[in-house]
Design a protein around this ligand. Structure first.
Ligand code: C2E
Ligand code: CA
Ligand code: CA
Length: 742
């Protein structure tokens, strides 16, 4: 399915969900019930907000960033606080942990009662406890911690809290275990190398040592059973000639043969003979070594080597063939289809948000996700199709035979459909999508390499067109791929060369008709292409990670500018500034600290800054969004849900994620002024937002009729070309000076 289909589907779902009452009619009972539920959830959220505030205070104490797990419990041992390292290592979110005891949550089934009795006795006496704790992560995996637990006492010596600091020593434990194992192996080898000795005279054994007896399965007092027999009796018959050959060369270099035990069983031995003359007797001394272990080790080595070879050809993580192996397969497929008149298709799949997942949730989650994705990809393929992991978040599939592009597109659609179902990785629900490029044989000069290269160019095109889609290669794409690369390298230099600009679009209070603030909108003054709109470069900036430093620049510049205007054009309340946050920016670990620093630097009060983010950004990061949003709000700045109505658009998210305002997407506003269903949606959104205590900004107001409608509905703010286009700061200052009223 293409992204456009997707968008219309979610949009029509949204329409179904937000259909409201006809003008003037009683509130639909279903909506009334939803509202009631929303209100009660809101109360619950407020309680949670208190916890969140406490968490952010602790964040200030820097507990949040340490690698060690930190738990704080109350006097009864119930968890009151856990830090992010706790969440990362145990897989439990803090919300799941609060109110439980660490022992019950982390199923400390590796310790007995006496262990905990001793621990408690120590703490109750006001002393610190130190030791190793073994518990279980949410997945059931064992966790080893070197821990200290300290009681925090009040003036009367009563326990108020307990603070546990736990260092993950899992790695250490594994290393110790590995060491023990290799010591054991070494001991076995050393023992095995202890040699048996037999002394022969004229082909018969005249003496043997006890090691030799044991080796061949005789008791120590069975000497008589061996002495007097031919040495060859202890060697497998088919190896006799090998032994004789060895003796003829006067025992130079050991020879490996099969030994025969008393019970007839065989085992590998290495023998080495030497002729000696003692007291005029010509004796032959044979040293025998049991090399079973060495053979076993050799077999293991061979296996390890085979595995290494496999890994060189296959990606270690997913077990799929790598690029080299893939190209071989494509080559073979091309050769097979050369005469059949059928085609070979190569699909190149690149995950759209994988880098963000990796950066925000860590590599362990990323790796697990790749494994799960591999499973889905393989599951979506036919028995003859082959998938490969080209590295990072890139996969490829070769399909043969295909009639034409539509066969390959059908597979791409199936893959995208299967990948659209969210993944559960540990405690996280992860949404992912893939951009797919398709290339087919049939151009006449097909090689595996050109197919893969063309599929890659098509994949980049799919990304540039907004991701989560597939594109079939055509020759104009090389050019575009090159262009995109050029854009990326230009973008890298744009910041240092100071090529970015901010334009400002006024936001108007609909009751009074005056400007209350601006939205800062990014522009790029490209040296050759001129002024570029954000749509043309933000996707590339996101993909390459450049959006993070660019976003920091935007934040600083916007805050600085509005602070300046607040002084030149004082008003009550003072001017506000809206800044857009991208997915990458939202997923930054230190976003809160960054914003705090910028506000301090520019001396802008937090309550005059508004952050705009889309529902999809919030939903993509659902696992930490609630906490992050609460934390941002506790700074006293305001959160806007941007493009409302275009994303997930489930009203239930409105109370799950605390925001202050909704910005109704332009696509809804544009239908105002003409009667119809979509303008009803605007009315319902305004109404619901009211009830949830949120304000509403209408985006894309272009006509006086739209403005009138919005005013009648009681919409709070408007923004759009009707008032002003986004304009450079000097022009915005002029506009402020004119004090316009609409
Ligand atoms: P957005 O946040 O939805 O911004 C509103 C967009 O609608 C702007 O496009 C604005 O020029 C346009 N617009 C405003 N009024 C009207 C109207 O009446 N009619 C029409 N047809 N369009 C109107 P722009 O500036 O091209 O920005 C596009 C998007 O790029 C923004 O959508 C936002 O998602 C993103 N963006 C812009 N600046 C930044 C930034 O600094 N950081 C981030 N992360 N994203 C940004
Ligand atoms: Ca916006
Ligand atoms: Ca918007």
């Amino acid at each position: 399915m293409s992204a456009t289909d997707d968008a219309t589907r979610t949009r029509s779902q949204a329409a179904a969900q937000v259909t409201g009452p006809a003008p003037g009619a009683e509130l639909d009972p279903a909506i009334a019930a939803t509202l009631e539920e929303l209100r009660s959830r809101l109360a619950a959220l407020e309680a949670q907000a208190e916890l969140a505030t406490w968490r952010s205070e602790l964040a200030a104490a820097a507990l949040e960033n340490v690698g060690d797990v930190i738990e704080i419990t109350d006097a009864d041992g119930l968890l009151q606080y856990v830090n992010p390292a706790f969440e990362r290592l145990t897989g439990y979110a803090w919300e799941e942990a609060i109110g439980r005891t660490p022992a019950s949550l982390l199923r400390s089934d590796q310790h007995d009662e006496a262990f905990f009795d001793a621990l408690w006795a120590q703490l109750a006496a006001g002393r610190m406890w130190r030791g190793r704790l073994v518990s279980r992560a949410k997945t059931g995996e064992l966790l080893h911690f070197e821990s200290t637990v300290s009681p925090i006492l009040d003036e009367d010596g009563r326990v108020l809290h307990m603070v546990a600091i736990k260092r993950d020593i899992g790695e250490l434990m594994r290393a110790e275990a590995a060491l023990r194992e290799s010591e054991e192996r070494f001991r076995r080898l050393a023992e095995a190398s202890f040699e048996g000795v037999a002394i022969h005279e004229r082909g018969r054994m005249v003496d043997v040592n006890s090691r030799l007896l044991a080796m061949f399965g005789y008791e120590a007092d069975d000497v008589a059973l061996v002495v007097g027999r031919r040495g060859m009796d202890l060697v497998a018959p088919e190896h006799h000639e090998r032994v004789r050959e060895h003796e003829r060369r006067d025992g130079v270099g050991p020879v490996e043969v099969d030994g025969l035990r008393r019970d007839g069983s065989r085992f590998p031995i290495e023998i080495c003979t030497r002729d000696v003359a003692i007291d005029g007797r010509r004796l032959r001394v044979t040293a025998v070594r049991d090399v079973s272990d060495r053979r076993r080790t050799e077999a293991e080595l061979k296996e390890a080597e085979a595995k290494l070879r496999h890994e060189a050809a296959h990606h270690a993580l997913t077990g799929l063939p790598n690029r080299g192996r893939f190209l071989e397969q494509v080559r073979a497929a091309i050769a097979r289809q050369q005469t059949s008149g059928q085609l070979v298709a190569v699909l190149l799949l690149d995950l759209d948000r994988f880098k963000i997942v990796n950066e925000s949730l860590g590599h362990a989650v990323g790796d697990k996700l790749l494994v799960d994705i591999t499973r889905r990809i393989v599951g979506a393929l036919g028995p003859r199709d082959m998938a490969a992991h080209l590295g990072g978040d890139e996969f490829a599939v070769v399909v043969e035979p295909v009639e034409d592009a539509s066969d390959a597109q059908a597979i791409a659609e199936r893959l995208q459909g299967d990948l659209a179902v969210p993944f559960t990785v540990g405690a996280h629900e992860v949404f992912t999508s893939a951009s797919i490029g398709i290339a087919l044989t049939g151009a006449g000069h097909d090689t595996a390499e050109t197919l893969l290269r063309d599929a890659e160019a098509a994949m980049y095109r799919a990304k540039a067109m907004g991701k989560a889609r597939h594109v079939v290669f055509d020759t104009t794409m090389h050019l575009r791929a090159v262009e995109l690369l050029q854009l990326e390298s230009d973008l890298r230099r744009a910041l240092e060369r100071g090529e970015f600009r901010l334009h400002y679009q006024p936001i108007v209070a609909l009751d009074e008709g005056n400007i209350v603030g601006f939205e800062a909108l990014l522009r790029w003054e490209h040296p050759e292409r001129g002024l570029m709109a954000p749509g043309a470069f933000i996707p590339v900036a996101e993909e390459t990670g450049l959006m993070v430093p660019i976003g920091q620049w935007v934040m600083r510049e916007a805050c600085r500018q509005v602070r300046e205007w607040q002084e030149t054009f004082p008003s009550d309340p003072p001017l506000m500034i809206s800044v857009n946050l991208s997915g990458r920016q939202f997923a930054q670990q230190d976003l809160v600290q960054q914003i705090t620093a910028t506000l301090g630097e520019t001396r802008l009060e937090a309550r005059h800054l508004k952050l705009e983010m889309t529902e999809s950004i919030i939903m993509d990061n659902a696992e930490f969004a609630t906490a992050l949003l609460s934390e941002l709000r506790s700074l006293d700045l305001q959160l806007f849900m941007d493009d409302f109505g275009t994303g997930y658009s489930s009203l239930s998210y409105l109370h799950r994620f605390p925001t202050d305002s909704l910005k109704i997407d332009r696509s809804f506003v544009s239908t105002l002024g003409t009667p119809g269903r979509r303008s009803e949606i605007v009315r319902t959104i305004v109404h619901l937002a009211r009830n949830l205590g949120m304000s509403v900004v209408a985006e894309g107001v272009e006509t006086a009729a739209q403005l009138d409608d919005l005013r009648l509905m009681g919409c709070d703010y408007g923004q759009g070309y009707f008032f002003s286009r986004p304009i450079p700061s000097a022009q915005a200052a002029d506009l402020l000076g004119e004090r316009p009223r609409w």
